[in-house]
Design a protein around this ligand. Sequence first.
Ligand SMILES: O=C(O)CCCC[C@@H]1SC[C@@H]2NC(=O)N[C@@H]21
Length: 193
Amino acid sequence: MRTRDIVYVALFAAITAALALFPPLPLSLTGVPITAQSLGPMLAGSILGWKRGALSQLLFLALVAAGLPLLAGGTGGLGRFASASGGYIIGWAIIAGLIGWLFERLWHHLNLAVAILIIAFGGIVVLYAIGSAWVAVVVHLGYFQAVATNGPFLIGDACKVVIAALIAMGVKRAYPVIEPRPRARQDKASTAE
Ligand SMILES: O=C(O)CCCC[C@@H]1SC[C@@H]2NC(=O)N[C@@H]21
């Protein structure tokens, strides 16, 4: 990793931490809060790509695990991973990697709609799937009951998806950070013509 990559990783860990400044709203059944912080991994993956995106969230998680109060509401420590929120928090690193990987693969086909679809897939479908498994275990619910507890997150998360896609597409145009995978041979041939 170059120095610039380390700076990007640290910057996006810091952005996720800064999003904790928005006050959380915990749900009564599970205690998992509505939070602005899941915008962090959406941005990290879509702007940095899979490796640096995932690393930025792993760095953030390491700091939380070490006890720094970087989660919304000023919480942190290993206990947060054992709480009903644990799957979502761990999922942030996974979805940053997944979103970044999909952005790299589809770089030459990206437009706002594709970006929204990719970020919604990672930041809603996959994140809820992981988070709900954790909720099911910790809160003693069936898996699909746990999935249903995500309902109140949907409007906020849909807004985060659109915000992340708009920012990521703006960065792609103005100052692309992702180094895309080479185009398929077929694409190359058609551009050479
Ligand atoms: O305990 C924490 O601070 C972490 C909370 C994780 C909240 C998840 S992230 C996806 C979903 N959308 C939200 O707004 N909240 C949950």
